[in-house]
Every structure is written in structure tokens, then in C-alpha cells.
Design a protein around this ligand. Structure first.
Ligand SMILES: Cc1cc2nc3c(=O)[nH]c(=O)nc-3n(C[C@H](O)[C@H](O)[C@H](O)COP(=O)(O)O)c2cc1C
Length: 193
């Protein structure tokens, strides 16, 4: 038990620190950890606070049951209540929002987050992993849900494909490649030098 805090410190020791970093929030949704891996790469480069979105009622483990539930939530506009609470969202001026593509849309929990928290006046930066079919309407929905934010160009990369039994892929050569792509993107959008 006592090792946990030490590990956490180690994981963050390379992350940039300072004022800018303090004002950066990285919120992500991840079921099979691919989007989480991208979130961690972003944090290594820009620092900031990393927060996983968790639900009051988690999705089922069974893939197809989850697909069906998400389709129904999208159809009805249901916003699943979040267990995760962000304290003082006002203190952040850069908010990265990361999510997988689900049913070619923004996953309902990220819709819940963007509806619940007012990101007006902040930079909002989407990032995504998907099973090979791209971002769908997800980045557009982020823009629609953040009408008073500056939404920067997002990052997307192919992740797993749970449907085909491919879960976590962000390791080995793939991880090295994604690290390079993320660095290039962060530079392009002006978040790093
Ligand atoms: C409920 C559900 C729906 C999905 N729908 C899509 C989809 O529409 N298009 C796609 O390319 N991948 C889809 N995927 C695959 C995920 O986007 C992909 O595996 C992603 O890398 C998972 O990210 P994670 O590991 O952070 O959870 C879906 C996965 C799940 C669980």
C-alpha cells in the first residue's frame, strides 16, 4: 500500500512543472486503456493534472451489451452521472479531453462531462483513439458542447478493437510511434516549443 504514492511521484517526475502546467487539466475516458496511454503521453510532455472519468454506474464488462447500452443512451440523449468530480474547474485554462470513438460518436460520459462543467474562455483540446473507423462526429460534438471555448485541432490514432478481441495496443513499437506523433501534434498546436 505504502508504495502507491512513491510510484505516482515517479510517474510524474519527468512532467514539466510551473504555472502553465498547474493550469492544465487532462480528462479522459478509457475502457481498455488505449486513450489512457495517450493521456499519459500528453502529461509527460505538458504536465498538468490527469483525471479519469468514472461513472456512478460503470458500463458492463460484456462488449456487445455495452455497445447496445451506448446506442440507446445516444438515441435518448441520456447523460450518465459521473462519479468523478473536478474541484475548481476555474483554475484551469487548458483542458484536454480524451475519449475512444463509441458508435462513431462522442461517448455519453464525455457528453456528461462537457455538459456539467463550464469550459467557457478556456482552450479545449480533444484527443481520441478508435478501432480504425476514425473520430466519427466526436470532435464536432466537442465543439458544439463548448460554444464559448477555443477548441484546438485534435489528435487521433488507431487504438484497439474490442469487437475483434484486440484490447490494449499502446506498447512496443506502437507506443514509440504514438509518442512521436503526440509530440509533433503538441508542437503544431503551440502547446510545446
Ligand atoms: C462501446 C464501444 C463502441 C465502439 N465503437 C467504435 C466505433 O464506432 N468506431 C471505432 O472505430 N471503434 C469503436 N470502438 C473501439 C474503440 O474506439 C477502440 O478500441 C479504442 O481504442 C478504445 O479506447 P480505450 O482503450 O481507451 O477504451 C468501440 C468500442 C466500444 C467499447
Amino acid at each position: 500500500m505504502s508504495c502507491t504514492p512513491v510510484k505516482q511521484e515517479e510517474a510524474n517526475k519527468d512532467a514539466p512543472s510551473g504555472k502553465k502546467s498547474e493550469r492544465t487539466l487532462i480528462v479522459y475516458l478509457s475502457r481498455t486503456n488505449n486513450t489512457k496511454a495517450v493521456a499519459q503521453i500528453i502529461q509527460k510532455n505538458v504536465g498538468g493534472t490527469l483525471v479519469a472519468l468514472e461513472l456512478e454506474t460503470p458500463y458492463p464488462e460484456h462488449y456487445q451489451t455495452t455497445v447496445n447500452q451506448v446506442a440507446e443512451e445516444n438515441r435518448t440523449g441520456y447523460l450518465p452521472p459521473l462519479k468523478t468530480k473536478i474541484d475548481s474547474i476555474q483554475k484551469y485554462d487548458v483542458v484536454f479531453v480524451g475519449f475512444p470513438t463509441w458508435g462513431m460518436q462522442l461517448p455519453p460520459p464525455m457528453k456528461s462531462f462537457l455538459k456539467q462543467y463550464d469550459l467557457s474562455g478556456k482552450k479545449v483540446i480533444p484527443f481520441n483513439t478508435n478501432g480504425g473507423y476514425g473520430i466519427g462526429s466526436s470532435f464536432q460534438t466537442v465543439k458544439e458542447l463548448c460554444p464559448n471555448s477555443e477548441v484546438l485541432d485534435g489528435f487521433t490514432v488507431k487504438g484497439g478493437s474490442e469487437r475483434d478481441g484486440i484490447l490494449f495496443v499502446m506498447e512496443g513499437d506502437k507506443e514509440v510511434q504514438v509518442q512521436a506523433e503526440v509530440k509533433k501534434w503538441l508542437k503544431k498546436i503551440g502547446l510545446t516549443n
